[in-house]
Design a protein around this ligand. Structure first.
Ligand SMILES: Nc1ncnc2c1ncn2[C@@H]1O[C@H](COP(=O)(O)OP(=O)(O)O)[C@@H](O)[C@H]1O
Ligand SMILES: [Mg+2]
Length: 375
């Protein structure tokens, strides 16, 4: 699936822009502060209902405007369907999501309509930061591949919150907690089974793409379920009762799941250089996209912000080769187009388009204009 048209209104310094991206590699170049990342934010808003730059989506709205709106036309040629997705946010906090003319309320409906994967300057945190980011990263895939995941995940979150609320009561008895734990354990096992099944499927794809995109050897990936895998969750909860009650929180469960990434038994974050870590993150992201394609029979959309400054030349070359081979729709930004276009032309990859972003306006550059400018 890919976006055939993008209409952006009131997103940061973009008052109004209309873009017709191609089903290939779309390069957005322009000076710092011209609005390149804002274009990616607009696409992200369509697929996720929020921004990736702040916890507050309202920061996206142009300072002179009361709301921002993005429309995207999606062509899913694999399923021979096309539809429009629209998202608007007002400074008052009101929002509206529409898929194919129908109002939807959950951002998961947007994610289903426009599945997105993003890499930006923060993405190295996937390896260098705590388990939360890796858990969300893995769950992106489980959500898209396993239909029941969203429902079970939401039920589990409610159950966990309820359990923690019980723990905050002064005199929680072990008996009260045990009766609650029946459903907590049931949901935990369901959730974990889905994650495990998904990990088993994606594991070989991870290794394949890590090899193709990074050349790093000796790396191992493991799924960590969130409690001692030698013990039942009931037994772990019973063992943790005093500690959970004292700290008023649940220490073990699927909310503590993680992806363990190691090199020869050591945490990858302690062994690899920052450059290697970024290449590894790109490989993990593309592996998710590839798994999505195999499971769903269609492509997701990739967003790469400031790609040239994120990846060294050799990694960049490997990534563009893989993305062009995957025939996915990709949005890439950079201050110049030459470093990207040179690589693409050397590789004889022709399926790319270039857009110039200048003070919040976006213009498509045709082949002639490109040739006219010295590369
Ligand atoms: N809410 C906003 N309203 C208007 N302008 C904004 C808003 N938020 C950020 N900007 C401005 O938008 C411009 C574009 O930012 P950005 O997309 O990050 O540029 P680029 O990625 O090209 O460097 C910046 O100059 C920034 O100051
Ligand atoms: Mg930027």
């Amino acid at each position: 699936m890919y976006l055939t048209r993008l209409d952006i209104q009131g997103i940061r310094n973009i008052c109004s822009a209309s873009v017709s991206p191609i089903d290939g590699i779309n390069i957005f170049y322009g000076a710092n502060g011209s609005g390149k990342t804002s274009v990616l934010e607009a696409i992200y808003l369509l697929g996720r209902g929020r921004t990736f730059r702040s916890r507050y989506t309202s920061t996206l709205i142009n300072h002179q405007a009361r709301k921002c709106t993005v429309f995207g036309d999606v062509n899913s040629s694999e399923q021979a369907v096309s539809y429009t997705v629209g998202v608007s946010r007002e400074t008052s906090g009101a929002f509206q999501f529409k898929v194919d003319g129908q109002r939807v309320t959950a951002s998961s409906s947007l994610a289903e309509a426009i599945p997105l994967l993003l890499m930006n300057s923060e993405s190295f945190l996937l390896i260098e930061s705590g388990p939360g980011g890796r858990r969300r990263f893995l769950d992106w895939g489980v959500f898209h591949v396993e239909q029941q995941f969203q429902r079970v995940w939401a039920q589990f979150q409610r159950s966990l919150q309820q359990r923690n609320k019980l723990l905050r009561h002064d005199k929680i008895s072990r008996q009260e907690l045990i009766s609650w734990d029946n459903s907590f354990v049931g949901l935990s096992l369901q959730l974990t089974e889905m994650r495990k099944d998904y990990f088993k499927l994606i594991e070989p794809i991870f290794y394949e793409l890590i090899e193709r995109l990074t050349g790093i050897t000796g790396l191992s990936l493991g799924f960590v379920q969130g409690w001692d895998s030698e013990m039942s969750l009931e037994a772990v909860l019973a063992e943790n009762f005093e500690r959970d009650a004292r700290r008023q929180t649940t220490h073990a469960g699927p909310h503590r799941a993680d992806l363990k990434i190691q090199i020869d038994g050591r945490a990858a974050s302690n062994v690899l250089s920052r450059g290697q870590i970024k290449a590894l993150v790109a490989a993990l992201i593309v592996a998710q996209g590839e798994m999505f394609r195999r499971a769903r029979g269609k492509q997701c959309v990739y967003l790469f912000d400031d790609l040239v400054s994120e990846l060294d030349q050799d990694y960049l070359l490997r990534l563009l080769r893989v993305l062009a081979g995957a025939k996915a729709q990709v949005f890439v930004t950079g201050t110049e187009y030459a470093p990207l276009v040179n690589v693409l032309e050397n590789e004889k990859i022709e399926n790319f388009a270039v857009f110039h972003v200048k003070q919040g306006t976006v213009n498509s550059l045709n082949g002639l204009a490109l040739k006219g400018e010295a590369l």
